[in-house]
Ligand binder design. Structure first.
Ligand SMILES: [Zn+2]
Length: 441
């Protein structure tokens, strides 16, 4: 049912966007009266002027730092601070950001928010391949994050069978997916790879001999790269690998890939308005194939913790606007985060682009890789970018491959890297997040 809702909406994307923008004035009026923090944020804003997509360009952005600042004035009565615009007694759930740096942020969910999330996440999962007969392993062990209970609700809403195997030892997780005959796996891309290795180690036979045929992964850029998708499909013997993406600040799943496999559709359209902007100038960009920009989100009907023009820092590349599946929302790949971007001399580069080229050149010999920075804040590199790369090859072959990768990166990205070859397994693989940069302390 959730699937049909998204598929059968006959209106084109521009019309749907306009209809959502027309609801923004009411949202602004509601927020102005909702908390002191919102009254201050919207001082001088005339809600009636913002009823079209174009007019939104004049409305200020919100950043993660501003959300954090709004939460800083939390009180016993208002535990989520100025972000909270529903009474605490009306919250049915609190979720935490899964951010690995700094204090977590908390968001609230009312009954209406919960209902909207269930439908939207269900619609996203249906798009990604969950339906009746999908015995789905939910692999996170963190119920409180956006990818926790909200994903569990979404699996059931999409018609699937929830098997929440996360939160226990790997040995038990492997035993459960084996014994239950789980056919759908939900996790991050790096976890999907890591877990396949664990299955083989535990069971003494390849993961592809298990029943998993659909792998749904999100939580990090990466699955857009064909080499990573192929690797996941191969280790699991999967016939479908779908990418999803969401944000606890906005909605737990905003984008999900259909069976066509050409990118993720926007699946939160009735509840969230998305804009594509130039991260440098803030100007609107068109939803046209080949255009790259940052996603900015406005929650149209979120009651507890709404956001208006929230800058996601996610860099999207539009892959299509008219999909053969019949959905009218655009499809995208996430190519990185604006704040992951590195600058080599005058060239901008995403670590994910370097990884994609390394995997094209080195194929299955390439394991994990990461850029080594002098500090967490380092963005600029005047010398070749230090690149630690695992290569499964003997010394002379590995040295030749590393040189070939550096040359391909130079030619395609006009950026110089200085590869340091490591043995497979040298780079610690995060269970839930495989960062492509790290700072040497
Ligand atoms: Zn499609």
């Amino acid at each position: 049912m959730a699937e049909m809702e998204g598929m059968r909406d006959p209106r084109d994307w521009a019309t749907r966007q306009s209809d959502l923008a027309a609801q923004v004035p009411d949202l602004l009026r509601r927020l102005r009266g909702a908390s002191i923090a919102w009254r201050e944020r919207l001082a001088g804003v005339e809600p009636g002027q913002f009823g079209t997509v174009d007019s939104l360009a004049d409305l200020p952005f919100m950043t993660k730092g501003e959300l954090r600042a709004m939460q800083a004035d939390a009180t016993r009565e208002q535990p989520l601070g100025g972000l909270q615009v529903a009474a605490t007694r009306d919250l049915v759930q609190v979720i935490s950001s899964s951010g690995t740096t700094g204090d977590p942020m908390f968001f609230g969910v009312t009954v209406a928010d919960w209902t909207a999330w269930k439908r939207a996440v269900g619609s996203a999962f249906a798009t990604a391949g969950i339906g009746r007969g999908s015995l789905t392993a939910h692999t996170t062990g963190m119920p409180m994050v956006a990818g926790g209970i909200a994903y569990a609700d979404g699996i059931r809403e999409a018609g699937g069978t929830l098997a929440w195997v996360g939160g226990q030892t790997m040995t038990r997780m492997v035993a459960m997916i084996n014994r239950l005959g789980v056919n759908t796996l939900l996790g991050t891309a790096s976890f999907a790879t890591f877990f396949a290795e664990k299955c083989e180690a535990e069971l003494g036979r390849p993961a592809r001999e298990l029943a998993v045929r659909t792998v749904i992964a999100g939580g990090e850029p990466g699955l857009g790269a064909p080499e990573i998708r192929e690797r996941i499909a191969d280790v699991w013997g999967a016939t479908r690998v779908s990418e999803i993406m969401g944000l606890g600040d906005v909605l737990p799943v905003l984008w999900a890939e259909c069976a066509e496999g050409h990118g993720m559709h926007f699946t939160a359209a009735p509840h969230v308005l998305v804009e594509l902007i130039d991260p440098e100038t803030g100007a609107h960009l068109p939803w046209e194939p080949g255009v790259t920009g940052e996603a900015v989100y406005t929650t149209i009907d979120r009651e507890a913790c709404p956001v208006v023009r929230f800058r996601s820092r996610d860099q999207l590349s539009v892959t299509g606007v008219a999909c053969r599946c019949g959905r009218t929302t655009p499809t995208v790949r996430c190519i990185g985060r604006t704040d992951d971007m590195l600058i080599y001399k005058a060239m901008n580069v995403y670590p994910s682009a370097i990884r994609d080229i390394a995997m094209q050149v080195g194929g299955s010999a390439v394991g994990s890789l990461r850029v080594r920075k002098d500090s967490n804040d380092q963005v600029r590199f005047d010398d070749p970018i230090p690149l630690e790369i695992e290569l499964a090859a003997d010394d002379s072959e590995a040295a030749r491959l590393a040189a070939e990768i550096a040359e391909a990166v130079r030619q395609e990205l006009r950026v110089r890297v200085s590869p340091e070859v490591l043995a497979p397994g040298s780079i610690p693989l995060g269970e839930y997040k495989n960062a492509l940069t790290y700072a040497k302390q």
